[in-house]
Design a protein around this ligand. Structure first.
Ligand code: 9UX
Length: 96
């Protein structure tokens, strides 16, 4: 089962910024799909939680030179909500 999250990203000013973030996150083992949207300043990532984590994804965004607002992550996959919310909750992330 994949996890699917959306989170705000700070610091993008042109479409190349979005492409750079997309490439950086897509490189991570276990990442299944990445959509970075300049218009809404957000990233949308599906990943296998057995192979990577939201924290690793946020670190890749930061490494690329932008800031993922991990405290504002939202789960997108309804079927994964319960387990994902549990994991994010244990990290102290997500909506409370
Ligand atoms: Mo566009 Mo983004 O010229 O860091 S790539 S501003």
């Amino acid at each position: 089962m994949s996890d699917h999250v959306r989170f705000p990203i700070e610091g993008m000013t042109c479409t190349s910024c979005a492409s750079r973030i997309t490439r950086a996150v897509r490189k991570l083992d276990g990442v299944e799909s990445v959509k970075v949207d300049l218009g809404s300043d957000s990233g949308d990532v599906a990943f296998d939680p057995a192979r990577t984590s939201f924290v690793a994804i946020a670190a890749a965004v930061r490494q690329a030179g932008y800031e993922a607002q991990i405290e504002r992550v939202e789960p997108l996959a309804p079927s994964a909500h319960r387990s994902l919310l549990g994991r994010l909750g244990r990290l102290g992330l997500g909506r409370r």
